[in-house]
Design a protein. Structure first.
Length: 193
């Protein structure tokens, strides 16, 4: 039930209506850095990609977020050049749902396949936001800030996911130790204290 509620929360919060405020109001690296924190679609998708990469473990912890970041930059360039793929906003919103489902179902994909999936969604993220940037604004500083914030969110997701896995493993170890102690006492005919 807990997993289902998390999935609904991620799906409900990642809506296109909340995704893109303040695009025309400011430009530059600071505006690009602030953008992922103002749209819940980005905040949830980037954190979810990092969490899922941490669940995959191994090299995927860095391959998947790195591929996401690179593809998002390429998508941003495509969007700035007005080459936006169809259904970009819907794919941006769907990314939060898809990565949320991958997390709660503990789905495992090979690192290269996980990177391909993350890249596909990242391309849409980048294109949607590159297209919304006013033509008079220099894309380079905005993209630099946007990529820095995205990298921070991806790294935060990986760190939280890795910490959560370690805490879970520690709790499992403690539970196994308690069961072993209880079992050894019963095997010797002793009562539990």
């Amino acid at each position: 039930m807990y997993r289902f509620l998390i999935t609904l929360l991620i799906a409900g919060l990642s809506t296109p209506a909340l995704a893109h405020p303040f695009h025309g109001a400011a430009a530059g690296a600071a505006a690009g850095f602030a953008h992922p924190f103002t749209g819940l679609d980005h905040l949830l998708a980037m954190a979810a990609v990092g969490l899922w990469a941490a669940q995959l473990g191994g090299r995927a912890r860095w391959i998947v977020p790195g591929a996401f970041l690179a593809a998002m930059l390429v998508g941003g360039l495509l969007g700035f050049a007005a080459l936006v793929p169809p259904f970009a906003e819907q794919m941006v919103a769907a990314s939060g749902l898809v990565f949320g489902l991958l997390i709660v179902t503990r789905s495992y994909l090979a690192p290269w396949l996980g990177a391909a999936l993350a890249s596909a969604f990242a391309l849409y993220h980048g294109a949607a936001h590159g297209a919304e940037l006013p033509a008079a604004v220099s894309a380079l500083p905005y993209a630099a800030g946007f990529c820095a914030a995205t990298a921070l969110l991806l790294a935060a997701g990986v760190c939280v996911g890795s910490l959560g896995a370690r805490l879970f493993a520690y709790s499992q170890l403690r539970a196994a130790t308690r069961r072993a102690r209880a079992g050894s006492g019963r095997a010797q005919g002793m009562k539990r204290p």
